[in-house]
Write a protein that binds this ligand. Structure first.
Ligand SMILES: Nc1nc2c(ncn2[C@@H]2O[C@H](COP(=O)(O)OP(=O)(O)OP(=O)(O)O)[C@@H](O)[C@H]2O)c(=O)[nH]1
Ligand SMILES: [Mg+2]
Length: 485
């Protein structure tokens, strides 16, 4: 079964806790601290795999967990790191992190939910697009292990009883979407001859039959013309109202969303080829910006047909779109196929150097690695990026306003205090990381966190905002009083 969308819950491994331990050796009466560090939690890594072609597995197995790191032990023994979980996904899988604002699941991202639209459901942030066989992306990071007490020895602190707890691994819900990567997308009414065309020009063996909706799942095939490979995606036929869910709906259009050019097949035996053409154009217009995608039209099943009929059908299409490029073909009799493939190849190449193509969703992935080295979308993708660069440089004459940016390190140190009911919520990369690693049940650890708050200036701000010693402070979901009661 072909499944091209899935929702999964991800839970990367927790880091192991650091140990509190002291050396006990026979001739060393007062051994120093020797608690080892906890191991790192395993991460969840997705890997594009050419032999995987559906997201079906995720429907059966919607929770992915990586192994936790082990705790540290005495004699400076570090805990073993948790194994990463490598998950194979089809090439063309796009991963979105869902931001539901639901604190019950996962750690919400610390940045504010820009553009959140309650009516439209959770906001999706694209976090990976796996377009090349073997390409990997860390989707959920494992937590760091906590330091053992051996780390906390100093001249003033000879017997530290502090160890950090391991950080939790990232946990969140993700949506996966398979968007096939191809140079050419086949569109047309059911029975137009799309799969037959694919079977004739490529090595693919799609199902073909004389009834509508033969093709139920997208298919890929590679055609070769003059030594160049063209990757073609065949999708189920569209009908009027597909965008409202009629027929098989227009959900499959996502598989031609990343193609450089559409091949629109129109059956010459239609009563009115113009109307058939218009129906599909209307449906394409309702799906993102596919109506602006370069298009070539093939009038199919033309073998042995009266040239007058072919001409009549071509002019019916030209009436709808006077600039349409129409090729009469017959897949069955192998007529007009090579000329059509050459035109498609030229379209792909010119698409790649067309500045106006920047900003289409296809061009939205310009710097991603290509699906295959020989595939023409290689040049499409990379050249699009270049043309965008050219556009930018033409604007270089405009005097630019200097923007002062914080360094990465400064950004990590920044924090914010917000009052929510009776609690003071503190956010900030560095302070949250420390808090996650603090064992609230360990008095010495908690006081270390309070020290760090003081050093970063948070304590002063809390007092400014009216915090009292009993006030509850909340950092990274951990609550404790400002001063030990
Ligand atoms: N005479 C003739 N028949 C053709 C030609 N190409 C396709 N057909 C026939 O048209 C019918 C439909 O072909 P398919 O390739 O399955 O059509 P499709 O567009 O993939 O249809 P769906 O998958 O249902 O959307 C089949 O009976 C094919 O044999 C052709 O060049 N000449
Ligand atoms: Mg078909």
């Amino acid at each position: 079964m072909f499944v091209d969308t899935a929702k999964v819950k991800l839970e990367a491994g927790k880091g192991g806790d650091g140990a509190v331990s002291f050396r006990h050796e026979i001739y060393i009466p007062k051994g120093g601290p020797d608690g080892g560090d906890g191991g790192k939690g395993g991460s969840i890594i997705f890997q594009a795999d050419k032999d995987t072609n559906t997201l079906l597995d995720f429907r059966y197995n919607p929770i992915l967990k990586a192994e936790n790191g082990r705790n540290g032990a005495g004699q400076r023994a570090a805990g073993r790191s948790g194994h990463d979980l490598i998950v194979k996904v089809p090439i063309g899988t796009v991963v979105y992190r869902l931001r539901t604002g639901d604190a019950a699941w996962g750690t919400p991202t610390s940045d504010s939910a820009v553009g959140e639209d309650a009516a439209a459901g959770p906001v999706r942030d694209q976090i990976a697009d796996l377009v090349k066989d073997g390409q990997q992306a860390v989707i959920a990071h494992g937590g760091d292990g906590g330091f053992g007490n051996a780390h906390f020895k100093s001249s003033t602190r000879q017997t530290p009883r502090i160890a950090e707890v391991g950080e939790p691994g990232e946990a969140f819900e993700a949506e996966l979407e398979l968007k096939l990567l191809a140079d050419i997308g086949l569109v047309g009414l059911p029975n137009a001859g799309k799969s037959t065309f694919l079977s004739v020009v490529s090595n693919a063996t799609p199902e073909i039959a004389n009834y509508p909706f033969t093709t139920l799942t997208p298919q890929l095939g590679v055609a070769t013309i003059d030594g160049q490979d063209l990757l073609i995606a065949d999708i189920p036929g569209l009908i009027e109202g597909a965008s409202e869910g009629k027929g098989l709906g227009h959900a499959f259009l996502r598989h031609v969303d990343r193609t450089a050019v559409l091949l629109h097949l129109v059956d010459v035996y239609n009563d009115d080829a113009g109307q058939a053409y218009q129906t599909i154009r209307n449906e394409l217009a309702k799906y993102s910006d596919l109506k602006n995608r370069p298009e070539v039209v093939a009038l199919t099943k033309c073998e042995g047909l009266d040239p007058e009929i072919i001409k009549m059908q071509m002019s019916a299409i030209l009436k709808i779109n006077p600039t349409a490029k129409i090729f009469p073909i017959s897949a069955r009799a192998h007529q007009g196929i090579d000329d059509l493939l050459r035109e498609l190849r030229d379209e792909i190449l010119s698409f790649s150097s067309r500045p106006s193509s920047v900003g289409t969703s296809y061009a939205g992935q310009p710097t991603e690695p290509s699906p295959s080295e020989t595939n023409l979308s290689v040049s499409s993708g990379i050249d699009v990026a270049t043309s965008e660069g050219k556009n930018r440089s033409s604007k270089d004459n405009i005097p630019s306003i200097p923007v002062i940016k914080l360094s990465d390190k400064q950004l990590k140190n920044t924090w914010q205090v917000t009052k929510q009911d009776d609690k003071f919520i503190i956010t900030g990369e560095k302070i949250e990381k420390f808090a996650r690693r603090t064992d609230l049940n360990n008095y010495a650890s908690l006081n270390r966190l309070r020290d760090i708050m003081k050093k970063l200036g948070i304590r002063a701000e809390l007092t400014n905002q009216g915090a009292t010693p009993e006030s509850i402070i909340s950092i990274a979901g951990k609550d404790f009083p400002l001063i030990e009661q």
